[in-house]
Design a protein around this ligand. Sequence first.
Ligand code: 4AD
Ligand code: MG
Length: 460
Amino acid sequence: AIEFREIFKFPENYYGKEVIVEGWIRTIRDSKNFGFIELNDGTYMKNVQIVFENILSNFEEVRKFSTGSAITVKGMLEHTPGAKQLFEIKATEITLEAGSDSSYPLQKKRHSFEYLRTIAHLRPRTNTFSAVFRVRSLAAFAIHKFFNERGFVYAHPPIITASDAEGAGEMFKVTSLDLDNLEYVDGKVDYTKDFFGKPSNLTVSGQLEAEIFALAFKNTYTFGPTFRAENSNTTRHASEFWMIEPEIAFADLNDNMQLAEDMIKYIIEYVMENGKEEMEFFNSFVDKELFAKLDNVLNSDFGRITYNEAIEILKKNNDKFDYPVEWGTDIQTEHERYLSEKIFGKPVFVTNYPKEIKAFYMRMNDDNKTVAAMDLLVPSIGELIGGSQREERLELLEKRMDEMGVAKEDLWWYLDLRKYGGVKHSGYGLGFERLIMYLTGMGNIRDVLPFPRTPNNAEF
Ligand code: 4AD
Ligand code: MG
């Protein structure tokens, strides 16, 4: 059989010719002597219309085929200029490959995204989710292409780890212990009996391991799943999400911001170019201003302000917020969106946050109050990227770890890196799902993850 993506690419090669196609029935309608099937074969966003007439030997059978069934069609591909579709297939033979029960939930009417989440095993067969997961796939490829073109080494940090890379304690524990029969020593669980001989967890970030690679390969990146047991039930948080974490040596915060800006523009361009039908779908049905917004990102230099400047701006607008800010406040989504939407109207980097609200590994600034952090805030999402220049000075790093209660003995290898050619280096983490939301205009992280993991939801 010929795949739709091939036919749509070179339709003129097939006009007036006999073709064999296979796919699933999206809709079927018939009258006494003929009928129409909208067929989708999964290889392309669009359907092909199949016309069948009562000259088919199994006409009576075909008109009873149900939505969702898999069929093979042999027929003539006819050029139909002026019609809604550029071509259609006049069937000479239709074979049922696998029928579909009448309980099939994806009938013609539109379903809400909430409902479709309850049938995550079938929603990739809808137009919206077909477009979402195609764009997700394209964007993942674009990311690898971008880093590959720049000579970055793709690193695979462990999924199971004994360290808490963010020091925030939001980890899912991994254990081989029988939780119903725990053994205690001095009132504490005896982890020497656990699989790894000590407590372990799912990784919250591959950054610390990426630093190992950066100090060996200069430029590296990770791209894999990360896990957080934070109980935030928002449209932007998932407990299992994918993160891209580049790490670059001999590079400071400005180099880091430049890389992030180049990367985001590259991905947008790649997806616009290689996912035209999908992006047109989003621009028509999900956010009518999507193209205008993405064009604006491509054609502007991202804003850059310090945390101090951001707080000055926000303070003047405190009456607009649920949570007013002052110096030292960890700015929240409402503030992030205000800055990127109302003040800048484009993505903006905020740098140099107070040390108290950032992780132990960020490089201390000369003021001794702020660290060389950078968050990228974008309209409608808020924080898309979090990153920093890393503290490469051993004494200062140890001091910060002590102050923040991060166990140095667990991270002895991380400290080691500072002793052996531990040059300045920087990196960031980009939340892949938030990027897909940004690219598509989809408003809920549950609708850009094939199988979202959120509080009380691990069904599929
Ligand atoms: O700001 P975060 O926590 O930074 C880090 O993990 C650093 N170790 C990254 C680094 O410097 N290598 O997370 C980075 C990004 C956020 O900006 C956000 O886009 C995304 O990861 N993110 C989440 N996305 C979905 N659900 C969650 N629960 C997320 N938590 C963070
Ligand atoms: Mg962050």
